[in-house]
Structure formats: structure tokens, C-alpha cells
Design a protein around this ligand. Structure first.
Ligand code: NMX
Ligand code: MLT
Length: 435
């Protein structure tokens, strides 16, 4: 057993004792009341899941094991000469609950490299789809094809003790994280680069090697990928992709089945697909106005037109956040350092100054501020990754770090099958009438 796996088991045993005590001695404590409106309106604000890896504050944004994004950028190990945190370090932090040392991160990088072999039938499954298929469809098909490799599914079929589930989940999660960059890069090169593929470089870090396999050797792009993979990794447990992964996993579905389900949620335009929608929306605005740099007044008119057509302004609003997303701010800082004069980035910044008051004045939008997706596409376009339908796949590769670390915890803590109660509107009517 590698030292990270052993350390995880020790931490899990400790937390198991704590949870048993909490449930035994405080199990009847009421956390909050649930209103009828919450039940109808997406269960907003109902505390119903335990996720150890990160916690969201509506005003401050996400913290991973207590660390904010600026703190992660300061404290996580980096590549020699680099300034951005390594995603391997964030995975360690989410899994173990402590900041990693440089050797811990190097160990994870080499583990991912060692586990990264993708069997040929996965590529064949992707190749069976038309090239016109959306990259997210290819991505979930690739992950599903990889399910043949699940050590948990094999062990379960043979019969295993439930105390050992976590160990197989850990190995499946490590294998899946290790292989996702290869699958994603394969999809990109198949769809956009004439099916010409690039061999992995086992000496590079996980995100650096991903950039390399996509075909981007610029060190600036590699740094962007490291930051991108860190900031998109986790957003506590209630978001659609994390919740779906957890829900499907609660049926003892393996890591591949659970993650693929989560990715189908990420592919929705109100969730992860919003990153492609933002760039599409800006490109359409540029085309319609016949200018590369629309003025703030032109942006304002375009926003009003979007709203009048019954559409949302992509990249703005959030189900939980009530301020500018710190993931947006981190990308803004990256752009200020690396590409302050980029026209598209400056348009993103002008949109940031224009959109919030308009949404606020509608009187119904709870959060008029930008989310993570409002900025990411402009950075990718700068480095030449202009194929915006691919953007959600990048989000998905990153999200694996958080949802799979969480799935390891779910298994190690023996969390129950998720099965909340549902009711009908007739039941609600009778309830309010006191029948
Ligand atoms: N543009 C226009 N209308 C909006 C927007 C927006 N960006 N955000 C919220 N609204 C509307 C929303 O559609 C709803 O209208 P109605 O009552 O007519 O149905 C009303 O404002 C109240 O919605 P909220 O309670 O503020 O937001 P909710 O929690 O329901 O939804 C989002 C959150 C993120 C789905 C919503 O803000 C949205 O659609 N944003 C645009 C899409 C987006 O950027 N999604 C990415 C989120 C981050 N991610 O990566 O997952
Ligand atoms: C996410 O990163 O999952 C999104 O911001 C959506 C959410 O938190 O609900």
C-alpha cells in the first residue's frame, strides 16, 4: 500500500469514530426546518449531504479543507520555476485533510503517470461516435468504456467484505484520475486536430502532461492548466456534478459509473456547459456588432436583448454564491499577470462592469455577480484553444479530483444509500389544508 493510501485509512478510521459519536450522542439534533418552497425550488438551502473535501460560503466562496483559493496559490507545491499550485497537491489536501509536502506531490504525480495506461477499447468506443458528437458525449462514453477496468466491480462480483470497499474505491479513483487527461486529449485531437495524437510525457506533472497531450507546449498554458485544474476541482457537495456522483456512488456503483453520471450533469448549460456558452455568447455579440471590442454601451444593449429573448446571461448568477466567485477573481489575476492587453479578456472585464447592475435591476436574480465560467474561455482562447465545445471536458477532468476524493470518503465512512422522501402536489395540498 502506498503511503498516501495508508495515511487516508488512518484519517478515515479517526473520522469514523467521531461520526459514530456524533450520531450516537447528537443524532436527534434538528439542523433546520424545511419549507414547502424549498422542496419545490431545487432544495436550495437544505443541508442534506456531508462532503469533507470543501465548504462554500455564500459571500466568501469556496474553501478546500479550510484553505481559500489565494491560500492554495500560496501554499500548495509548484513545479520548479512555476507560480501556480499543482492539482496533485489539492487532491492530496482533499483526501488527507493536510497540506502536502513536495515529496507527497511528486509521489502522486508519479502514481498518476504509472496508472495512466488507457486500454484500446476505450479509444475504439470513442471512435464509434461520429466526430460531430459533442466532446462531453465522447468523454462520458470514454469513462463508461473504462469501467471494464474497475477493481471494485470485479472484487464485488467475487464477494468482498464491506470493510474493504474503500480500498478498491481508492484504487479505481486513482486509476480514473490518472487516465482522464489521456482520454480528454484523445477526444480533442480526434475532433479538432485531424486525429493526430501526442504521446504522454511521464516526466511531466499531471496538468503539464495534459497540456502537452492536447498539443500546447507554451509554459504559460501549462501554468493556466495547473490553475484551471485546481479551481474547478470541487465546490462542496450539493452542486449537480458532485451530488450526482455521490448519489450514484451511494448505490455502491463504482467510481467509473458514478463519475460518468456526474459528468452528464456537468454537461448541462446551467452547470459546467456554461463555460462554452459564455464564449459562444461573446463571439456572437462580436459578430452581430461587427467589432472585436464592443463598448460597454453595446454590451449593455446586447445583454438586454439576451434577456428579452428569454435567455440567461451565461457565466452570471449562482445557486449559492452571493458575491463575485473567487475562482473568477483568480483567473482575472492570472490574466492581469500574463495577458493584460488581450482584447477578449478586456471584453470579459467590461462585461463584469456592465452585467451585475442590469441583473440586479431585474429584481429576481439572487446573485448578479460572475461565476467561474465567465472568465475561463477567454484565457483558453488566448493560448489558442479556441474550440469552445471542448471547454466542459476540461472542467470535467478537474472536477474528478474533488468528486473522486469525496467518493473515497463516502466509502471509507460507509455512508448510506441516498434515498430522500418525495411527495406529490396532492400530498402538499392536503398538508397545507391540514388534512
Ligand atoms: N441571467 C438571467 N437570468 C438569471 C440569471 C442570469 N445569469 N441567473 C438567474 N436568473 C434568473 C433565473 O433564471 C430565475 O428566473 P425565473 O424566476 O424567471 O425562473 C431567477 O433569476 C431567480 O434565479 P436565482 O434564484 O437567482 O438562481 P438559481 O439558483 O435558480 O440558478 C443558475 C442559478 C446558476 C442556474 C443561474 O444563475 C443561471 O442560470 N446562470 C447562468 C448559467 C450559468 O452561468 N451557469 C453556471 C453556474 C456555475 N457552474 O459552473 O455550474
Ligand atoms: C460548481 O462549481 O459546481 C458550480 O459553481 C455550481 C455550484 O456550486 O452549484
Amino acid at each position: 500500500m502506498g503511503h498516501i493510501k495508508e495515511k487516508f485509512k488512518v484519517k478515515a478510521d479517526e473520522l469514523n469514530v467521531e461520526i459514530k459519536d456524533l450520531v450516537k450522542n447528537h443524532g436527534t439534533r434538528k439542523i433546520e426546518d424545511v419549507t414547502l418552497a424549498q422542496v419545490y425550488q431545487g432544495m436550495r438551502g437544505i443541508t442534506g449531504i456531508v462532503t469533507e473535501t470543501s465548504l462554500l460560503d455564500a459571500n466568501e466562496g469556496i474553501r478546500f479543507r479550510g484553505y481559500s483559493i489565494p491560500e492554495l496559490r500560496d501554499n500548495l507545491p509548484k513545479v520548479k520555476g512555476g507560480a501556480e499550485p499543482l492539482p496533485e497537491g489539492l487532491f492530496y489536501l482533499m483526501l488527507i485533510g493536510e497540506l502536502p509536502s513536495e515529496p507527497d506531490v511528486q509521489h502522486l504525480s508519479s502514481q498518476f503517470a504509472r496508472r495512466s495506461h488507457v486500454p484500446n477499447h476505450v479509444f475504439a468506443a470513442i471512435d464509434a461516435l461520429p466526430v460531430s458528437a459533442h466532446p462531453m458525449t465522447m468523454f462520458t462514453v470514454g469513462v463508461m468504456a473504462l469501467q471494464t477496468e474497475s477493481s471494485f466491480a470485479k472484487a464485488y462480483a467475487e464477494g468482498i467484505n464491506k470493510k474493504d470497499y474503500w480500498s478498491y474505491m481508492y484504487d479505481d479513483s486513482m486509476d480514473l484520475i490518472a487516465r482522464l487527461p489521456r482520454i480528454a486529449a484523445y477526444i480533442y485531437r480526434r475532433k479538432y486536430k485531424n486525429n493526430v495524437h501526442i504521446h504522454p510525457n511521464g516526466l511531466l506533472d499531471w496538468a503539464g502532461n495534459f497540456a502537452h497531450m492536447l498539443g500546447y507546449e507554451d509554459e504559460g498554458f501549462k501554468e493556466l492548466m495547473r490553475l484551471y485544474m485546481v479551481i474547478h476541482a470541487d465546490h462542496e457537495g450539493g452542486n449537480v456534478s458532485a451530488h450526482t456522483t455521490h448519489l450514484v456512488g451511494s448505490a455502491l456503483s463504482d467510481a467509473f459509473l458514478s463519475f460518468a453520471a456526474g459528468m452528464n450533469g456537468l454537461a448541462g448549460p446551467l452547470h459546467g456547459l456554461a463555460n462554452q456558452e459564455v464564449i459562444k455568447w461573446i463571439m456572437n455579440m462580436r459578430e452581430e456588432l461587427d467589432t472585436k471590442v464592443p463598448s460597454k454601451q453595446q454590451i449593455e444593449e446586447y445583454v438586454r436583448k439576451t434577456l428579452s429573448e428569454g435567455k440567461v446571461v451565461p457565466g452570471y448568477g449562482h445557486a449559492v454564491l452571493r458575491k463575485t466567485d473567487p475562482r473568477f477573481t483568480a483567473q482575472m489575476e492570472f490574466a492581469r499577470t500574463h495577458l493584460p492587453d488581450d482584447e477578449l479578456v478586456n471584453t470579459v472585464w467590461n462585461i463584469y462592469e456592465t452585467v451585475p447592475p442590469i441583473l440586479e435591476n431585474l429584481g429576481k436574480v439572487k446573485n448578479p455577480w460572475p461565476n467561474v465560467d465567465a472568465h475561463s474561455g477567454a484565457l483558453l482562447v488566448h493560448y489558442g484553444l479556441v474550440e469552445y465545445e471542448f471547454y466542459t471536458v476540461l472542467f470535467g477532468v478537474s472536477r474528478a479530483l474533488g468528486v473522486l476524493a469525496s467518493l473515497c470518503w463516502d466509502r471509507a465512512l460507509g455512508f448510506s444509500l441516498e434515498r430522500p422522501k418525495s411527495v406529490t402536489t396532492q400530498w402538499m395540498r392536503q398538508f397545507v389544508e391540514g388534512k
